[in-house]
Design a protein around this ligand. Sequence first.
Ligand code: SF4
Length: 384
Amino acid sequence: MASSPIPSPQAEPERRSLPDYMPARMINEFVYCPRLFYYEQVEGLFAHSADTIEGEAQHKRVDKEGKDLPPAEELEEEEIRTRSLMLASDRHRVIAKMDLLEVADGAVTPVDYKHGRPRETDQGIELWSTDRIQLAVQGLILRDNGYRSDEGMVFYQKTRQRVRVEFTDELMTETLETISRAWETAASERIPAPLVDSPKCTRCSLVGICLPEETHRLRGERPEPAPQLTLFDETRNDRLKKPPGRETRLLVTPRTDLRPLYLNSQGLRVGKSGAVLRIKERDTVRQDVRIGELCQVNLMGNIQMSTQAVQELCSSEVPICYFSRGGWFYGITTGLNTKNVFLRRSQFRLAEQEWFCMRLARRLTAGKIRNQRTMLLRNHVEPD
Ligand code: SF4
């Protein structure tokens, strides 16, 4: 049978509509790492790290909404402190929720709360560049709303220190350039490259998604690591010819403690009690399982689940999979947890491409054979 040629991948231009405003905290992310910014602003990806959880908890404490600022012309006589005020600049298309605004002598000073500590230098402490630009964005917004704003401050909660920055012309010019580069990046179809050997990556909440070292290596920007066993793609001679290179640096990615739950005893009933799934056999409780520790629930055969349990699992982004008693897959129930539209669209588009399906199938098959070989080597009574 004659085989039809496999079409090669084609880059399709994709048009994306941009939001009206860019949040100031996204400009902070852009200064930290343009790739991180792209993940969060464009692809809608976010993952918690110890730092983000701590920061969010501390922000909740200062997030009590305060009263609006009076118009700029009425500020001269006022001394005001107001919290959690949202303001935007139409001119620069940026928006910020300002933690605290202090008004004195007709000037407004934004105070931003950060959970960490200031940067320490030989000359003393100073703001991190990310915080400096984020604060300057707030100053820019205040100025565009007619207020005088000459300086800003960050309150670092770990050391309980206020660190001040003056809104100089140089800082404001740098801030405008940064905003403009952030918009350009958001409009781009290509995600920026990962940082190289950066200590920022080890603290980054998205390091497990970004995989900076691996990405550089796959793009051919790193020496190949020592030969590894692969099936189908290379001959043994090809592998032996490769020079040993530097190993990809291992990053400490967050460990997920979530586990799948498999239920296969026929006649079980699953209900919800608070934050746990209560599994019963007739009227006897067999087990309570905390929903927060689950990544997936698999129901094999005739197992009933209450609507309340289904709703809770959907809102907790835990999929429920239905199988026959013998393991035949019927279907899946998931919540509305698909945030990354661009990724999904690309996946559906690629699923139409024969060359891609063939490559994916080959890799899955190779992976399965490799796993089976490993299992045989581990479990054989005479492995040699
Ligand atoms: S892991 Fe590094 S390169 Fe990747 S998004 Fe985070 S900071 Fe940027």
